[in-house]
Structure formats: structure tokens, C-alpha cells
Write a protein that binds this ligand. Structure first.
Ligand code: SF4
Length: 185
């Protein structure tokens, strides 16, 4: 029996990530990412890399966003188009349950797109120049319970195709490492 895990794109390719400026935050996530990958490979888990919805929409020089900004029909449509081929892959693995077990999907908690249990919220919009309340606006960002838009669209698709009970979502989150490490035990 082969175990298959679908992972957010940057679990395997951190070059897709928005540029971060907190060394501490990056180091914590990177340490868990490496620990998780080493354990996954050692235990023979097969990893399927989902596409990065932000890199493919906005490129490498994008700003950081909050989930409110991506909560629009255009980004949701982009996510849906990216995810549909992976829904087909999931359905095919599930159709051969004697050979494959889907362990689930691993997202990135805190991401406006790939957060599973946590995402970031804020009242962000508009031009940076000439505004006098930039610090106040930036500080309105907070992390809270909820999923990013890519994971919301994925949940909708799992429901649409009747496979919600077969494919569970989990988040990679440095503060709660047991969530991703538990997938491999
Ligand atoms: S959008 Fe998702 S896959 Fe892309 S960098 Fe952010 S968390 Fe990773």
C-alpha cells in the first residue's frame, strides 16, 4: 500500500514564497519543514506538490497579502482551475484503495491562500503613496482561525466531488508541529 500526501507547493519549493523579513519566523517554519520532509521520505510517503496560487497569479515580487484581499471571484476562479486536475488525481487514487491511501493535504497555516486552521485577516487595500495611515493599516493584520482562500476552494471542490470524508486537510504550523508530524505516524 502506497501512502500519498498532497502538499502545498512551498513545502517542497520555498522559492515560491513571498519574501519574508522575519528571520526568526522563517527559521521556525524551515526547521519544521525539513523535519517533516525528512520523516516523510524516510517513511516512504509519496508527496504530490500542489501549485502555488500566489506565485502563478502575482509572481515572485508580490507583496504580502491578507486573505480578505484574495476573497474575490477572480482569485477563487484561479484557485479552482489550478485545483481541478488534482481533484482528478485524488479521485483516481481513491478509486484504487487496495493500492493507495491518501493521507490528506498539508497546507501552510497563516497563509492567506494555503492556511488550513489559521489565516491572516486585515483591512488592506489601496495605493501606498500619499496615505498617512499606512502603519495603522499594516497593523490591522492579524492571524486568526479560518482557512486561506486556496484551501477554502479546495474544501468546496472536495464537497462538490463527494470526497470530503476521504481527504482531510492539515496545516504546517511551527507552533503546532504535532499536526503535520502526526500525519506520518
Ligand atoms: S500561496 Fe501557498 S504554496 Fe504559495 S507560497 Fe503561499 S503558502 Fe506556499
Amino acid at each position: 500500500m502506497q501512502k500519498v500526501l498532497f502538499v502545498a507547493h512551498c513545502v517542497l519549493n520555498t522559492a515560491s514564497k513571498v519574501v519574508m523579513f522575519s528571520d526568526e519566523e522563517m527559521a521556525e517554519e524551515e526547521a519544521l519543514r525539513r523535519r517533516f520532509l525528512e520523516a516523510a521520505i524516510s517513511s516512504g510517503v509519496q508527496l504530490v506538490q500542489l501549485p502555488c496560487p500566489e506565485f502563478s497569479a502575482f509572481g515572485a515580487n508580490r507583496w504580502g497579502h491578507v486573505s480578505n484581499q484574495f476573497d474575490n471571484p477572480f482569485f477563487r476562479k484561479h484557485c479552482r482551475e489550478l485545483l481541478l486536475p488534482f481533484i482528478d488525481q485524488m479521485r483516481e487514487y481513491l478509486a484504487h484503495g487496495e493500492r493507495f491511501e491518501i493521507l490528506g493535504v498539508l497546507g501552510i497555516d497563516g497563509s492567506p491562500s494555503c492556511g488550513v486552521d489559521y489565516t491572516c485577516f486585515g483591512n488592506w487595500f489601496g495605493n501606498f503613496s500619499d496615505r498617512t495611515d499606512l502603519n495603522e493599516v499594516l497593523n490591522s493584520c492579524s492571524m486568526g482561525h479560518g482557512s486561506g482562500i486556496f484551501m477554502q476552494v479546495l474544501k468546496d471542490l472536495l464537497s462538490e466531488y463527494g470526497i470530503t470524508q476521504c481527504v482531510h486537510l492539515h496545516g504546517l504550523f511551527a507552533s503546532e508541529p504535532e499536526k503535520c508530524m502526526g500525519l506520518l505516524t
